[in-house]
Design a binder for this molecule. Structure first.
Ligand code: PMP
Length: 303
């Protein structure tokens, strides 16, 4: 495949039929998003946020892009901003992985850390105050921007439908950080299969099932507020997965499927296996593995 730019390699990732024994002979398929050029599902979003900003006239020549992020969106935004030579400042709470911050800087972005204790809300507040002081700046704000779920509705969902051809999908299981991946993809899949179960995944320490908010080792998913995008769909269930469960499946996938996945992928698999126990025999479950473990080696992901 001869290509002219790295942007041509965003999306069209493989959908892997997993070799794991799920309850009642159900089958699990996982979209392998680490095959995007910046290594995660968020490369789709980075490009979408920049193109959307240009379309609405918010991004002009030399506009500074400022975005609060746990990391992968930052990498996606920095990658996309290069296309138009835009300066990028990423606001990242301190707790997120060192490797992701190294990659953001390598792409040319400036990384500004906020205290871990202030969470993603602290990063959002910092992004907004910095934007107020920076002339010709724009905050795409993935947590509210309709371009976020829309890009998954337009790309990830249709890719799954295409790859499974006429095989009906009984459940879609995906983690939520901003909620964009889960909501946009669910919308696309439910248009074709209206009775499909939509199941989102959060770590213990996230608030969707009413549990108290606290820190967790699983990175990239978990919310401090209900994502506003959830209003676009019917959410059938929220699966709350412990750090230990997620890391158990991260290790299992390396050992048995040759896959280096991050902890949100481990949580997605743990939740998919629970969903298999609830569904009728021989159901088809689709999930998303958002990124690779290689950006979490300093966090002792395999120890
Ligand atoms: N997994 C990882 C590793 C992520 O970085 C993210 C994005 N923060 C997600 C899952 C969740 O994606 P979304 O923001 O679309 O809910």
């Amino acid at each position: 495949m001869l290509i002219e730019s790295v942007y041509e390699t965003i999306g069209h990732t493989p959908l892997l039929h997993l070799n794991i024994k799920a309850a009642k002979g159900s089958q699990i398929y996982a979209k392998l998003e680490m095959f995007n050029p910046g290594g995660s599902v968020k490369d789709r979003l980075g490009l979408a946020l920049i193109e959307h900003g240009r379309r609405i006239g918010a991004i002009k020549s030399a506009t500074t892009i400022i975005e609060p992020t746990a990391g992968n969106t930052g990498i996606g935004v920095a990658l996309a901003a290069q296309k138009y030579h835009l300066p990028v400042k990423l606001i990242v709470p301190e707790k997120f992985s060192f490797e992701k911050q190294v990659l953001m800087r390598a792409l040319g972005a400036q990384v500004i850390n906020t205290p871990a204790a202030d969470g993603i809300r602290g990063a959002i507040a910092k992004a907004e105050s910095l934007a107020a002081k920076t002339p010709n700046s724009y905050v795409p704000l993935q947590f509210q921007n309709p371009a976020n779920p829309d890009i998954y509705y337009k790309t990830l969902g249709p890719e799954i439908l295409h790859d499974l051809a006429d095989l009906p999908i009984d459940a879609f299981v995906a983690g939520s950080g901003s909620g964009g991946t889960f909501v946009g993809t669910t919308r696309a899949l439910q248009e074709r299969y209206p009775h499909m179960q939509a199941v989102t995944v959060e770590p213990v320490g996230s608030i969707l099932n009413g549990g108290p908010a606290h820190s967790h080792r699983i990175e990239g998913i978990g919310v401090e507020f209900v994502p506003p995008f959830f209003k676009q769909i019917h959410v059938d269930q929220v699966k709350t997965i412990s750090d230990d469960e997620a890391f158990k499946y991260v290790k299992w996938l390396a050992k048995h499927s040759g896959l280096f996945v991050g902890s949100s992928s481990g949580a997605a698999l743990a939740a998919s296996l629970q969903v298999a126990e609830q569904l009728p025999a021989a159901s088809t479950i689709v999930t998303v593995f958002p990124d690779s473990s290689e950006r979490y080696l300093s966090k002792h992901i395999y120890d």
